[in-house]
Structure formats: C-alpha cells, structure tokens
Design a protein around this ligand. Structure first.
Ligand SMILES: [Zn+2]
Length: 183
C-alpha cells in the first residue's frame, strides 16, 4: 500500500455512514464535522443548550420570586403609612384603677397610603419635655386588615406610669416602624 493510497483511504462518516476521505474535517454529504472538530461542535452545542437552560431557569425563578412577592409580601410599607392626627393625654387605662396612677395615651388617625392591604402596623412613640428631652417611649401595634387609602383610628398606651410632673409630658412624635401586608 503506497503513501498516496493510505492518504486517500476512505472512512465512514459517523453521522450519515457515507464513505468519505479519512482526512475530511467536514462530511461532504451531511456537513457533519469530523474528528476533533466533531467533538468541538458537540461541546459548542452542549454549551448552547446549557446557556438556554440557564436563561429559562433564570426567567422562571425571577417570575417565581415575583409570584412569591404577590402571595407573601414581607415588604415594609412603614414610610407609606401617614399619621393624619394624634393627641396625647394622661389618664388611667382599663388595666389600672384610677388611684393606681396614670399612663400616657396617644390617640390618633392614620391612613394606609401603600398599595397593599396592611395586616400589621407597629409604631413607636417618643414623649419629650419642654427642653426636648425624652421622658418616655413606648410601642403600639395595630392589626388589620386596613385597605389601601383607608384610614383607621388608633390608641396606644404607655407601659410606664406617669411619674414626672404632668407638664413635663409636653410633646410627642410618632414613628411608624413596621407596616406589613403579611399573607
Ligand atoms: Zn456524513
């Protein structure tokens, strides 16, 4: 067998089974890459499939996150709760007999300016004296449901009895800390 003959020896294309030149890098019948190029083409195809899968799964999980957000929204809408009015007074609470002393109570009205039905609102109230010094602080919660753009009244009582001259309980500020839609 001469060198020329061995070089022109045929092989079978693994894709279409036609006899082709063994040196061919691409089958003339079916255009399949041969040898190392066949492996490279296969790897490229697998890479393409993996990329496509990644994109599909990524899109699915992004959408899934959006769905989860829809059904279980733990966003804090505190900055979208507006205190419309509030008033502080010192007096007995149902928990105390009048002779047991007084507590600070704050009553007011707030509005849900968020796009969701709020099920839980937590606010912190700070009471200050004439020198703007903090004399008491306490938290209160409101349970919903409170529809978007609806208002509700609230009342929050301090836990501490009034122990300073009543004139020291001068001003109060209300910070809404938490407002959640829940699920
Ligand atoms: Zn072929």
């Amino acid at each position: 067998m001469s060198e020329r003959e061995s070089n022109t020896e045929n092989k079978t294309c693994p894709a279409c089974f036609n006899k082709i030149d063994r040196r061919a890098t691409k089958c003339p019948y079916c255009q399949s890459y041969q040898g190392v190029r066949r492996v490279a083409a296969f790897v490229a195809a697998i890479g393409g499939v993996l990329l496509l899968l990644t994109l599909i799964l990524g899109a699915f999980f992004m959408e899934f996150g959006a769905l989860r957000q829809l059904f279980h929204d733990d966003t804090n809408y505190a900055d979208q709760v507006t205190i419309q009015s509030s008033k502080m007074f010192l007096g007995p609470t149902p928990a105390y007999e009048p002779e047991d002393g007084k507590v600070i109570s704050v009553v007011g009205r707030l509005t849900n300016d968020s796009p969701r039905v709020l099920s839980f609102i937590r606010m912190r109230i700070e009471v200050k004296d004439g020198e703007d010094q903090l004399v008491d602080s306490f938290e209160g919660t409101i349970s919903g449901p409170l529809n978007p753009s609806d208002s509700t009244t609230f009342r929050v009582d301090s836990h501490n009895r009034v122990h300073l001259p009543e004139s020291d309980y001068r001003t109060h500020i209300i910070n809404v800390r938490q407002a959640t839609a829940g699920s």
